[in-house]
Design a protein around this ligand. Structure first.
Ligand SMILES: Nc1ncnc2c1ncn2[C@@H]1O[C@H](COP(=O)(O)OP(=O)(O)OP(=O)(O)O)[C@@H](O)[C@H]1O
Length: 362
């Protein structure tokens, strides 16, 4: 394989007519890392991937692969390869010819390209199926053929557009593990677009959370999970409550906010903006059903709903002007002292568990 390359986006924008799909994003993806672009439908992640691949023009800014600006290079000359959501296999060709296709385009002689394709099929444990056509394979096998076909050009970076979305939930988890071990063994830069938080958490060294054409946060999965940078990330990752209010006091590195018509809460950090409003995040699984030692680190809530999810129990509660607040308890903790809809419960958290969130510029 070729050497893995760093990918750099320098103030990259994508404009379609009057739609600005990507707003001047800047990012470095280290060589040999597994990067996941994560975000809801329409946030601009596919446009970004397609600009890196060369399937979409760059409206503004530069894309670098290693030290080379690749904006004006055609896809085949960038050193990247793309694996599509639909796998885009040729139905009338057997696996060897499917995998060898791009070598044929490069003018490599038939015996050599068939040998190289067979080697790649062996590596993907597909050798026994070499003479089959794609329709005679399972979804997971088709995915491996698509991977083999992308990797045969020895790219410096592999770009994957929702590569697991066509698979059933069981296969998805198995192929996810295969993708990760393939990337680790090849040491190649992988850039993978997904809207699944679990997928990004499981695979990525670097998660890039996008919203509305902008990067909300780019960090390792642990940081994104534990220290979301913005209210959007906290809500999108799904494991935090976000509480918004008016800033009423700042002391040292703590900020107190007042929720509309309700309680006052103190959170770690100071807002980085001048807005009189601020948001803080609080992990749903870091909340105790016990009174707070200090006001500002808890409230009394009315239970709205209880869902037993197996290993955990999820309570939806409201109170002190806070609606849609979620508490996730371990099953044993819940069943030691079960509560039901309509009960009033004291809630509290540790001083460092509520964290002031930032805003994305622009
Ligand atoms: N060829 C195009 N012409 C015009 N607008 C486009 C085009 N492609 C994408 N868009 C718009 O750009 C925005 C970003 O689209 P993009 O496909 O990059 O988002 P995405 O995050 O990958 O979404 P999804 O997960 O649904 O694929 C959307 O508002 C979309 O409608």
């Amino acid at each position: 394989m070729s050497q893995a390359a760093e990918i750099e986006l320098a103030s990259v924008s994508k404009i379609y007519g009057s739609t600005r799909a990507v707003h001047a994003i800047s990012l470095k993806i280290p060589a040999g890392s597994y990067c996941c672009f994560l975000g809801p439908s329409g946030c601009g992640k596919t446009s970004t991937l397609r600009m890196i691949a060369g399937h979409e023009t760059v409206s503004e800014g530069d894309i670098l692969l290693g030290n080379t600006i690749v904006n004006d290079l055609p896809p085949a000359r960038r050193g990247t390869a793309m694996m599509f959501q639909s796998y885009a296999l040729f139905p009338h060709l057997d696996l060897v010819d499917n995998v060898a296709f791009s070598l044929k385009m490069q003018g490599i002689e038939k015996p050599e390209r068939r040998n190289t394709a067979l080697e790649m099929l062996k590596r993907m444990q597909l050798e026994p199926y070499a003479s089959r056509r794609p329709a005679q394979l399972s979804g997971g096998q088709q995915q491996r053929v698509a991977l083999a076909r992308a990797l045969i050009t020895r790219p410096q970076a592999l770009l994957l557009d929702e590569p697991l979305s066509a698979l059933d939930p069981f296969l998805k988890i198995r192929m996810r593990a295969e993708l990760k071990s393939l990337q680790t063994s090849l040491g190649m830069t992988f850039v993978h677009v997904t809207h699944s938080q679990d997928e990004a958490m499981a695979l990525a060294d670097l998660i890039v959370v996008m919203n509305d054409g902008r990067i909300e946060q780019a960090a390792n999965p642990r940081t994104v999970f534990e220290r979301p940078a913005t209210a959007f990330v906290a809500q999108f990752m799904g494991n935090h409550n976000v509480i918004s209010g008016r800033v009423v006091e700042r002391t040292g590195d703590m900020t107190t906010i007042e929720v509309n018509g309700g309680g006052r809460f103190t959170a770690l950090g100071v807002p980085t903006h001048d807005d009189p409003h601020a948001d803080f995040a609080l992990r749903t699984d870091h909340i105790r059903l016990a009174p707070a030692d200090d006001p500002g680190f808890g409230f009394t809530a009315i239970v709205q709903n209880v869902e037993d999810l197996g290993a955990t129990v999820k309570l939806s509660v409201a109170g002190a002007g806070v609606e849609d607040f979620t508490v996730v308890l371990r099953d044993a903790d819940y069943y030691r002292n079960p509560v039901k809809a309509g009960d009033a419960v004291p809630l509290s958290w540790a001083r460092n568990d509520a964290i002031i969130l930032g805003r994305v510029a622009g």
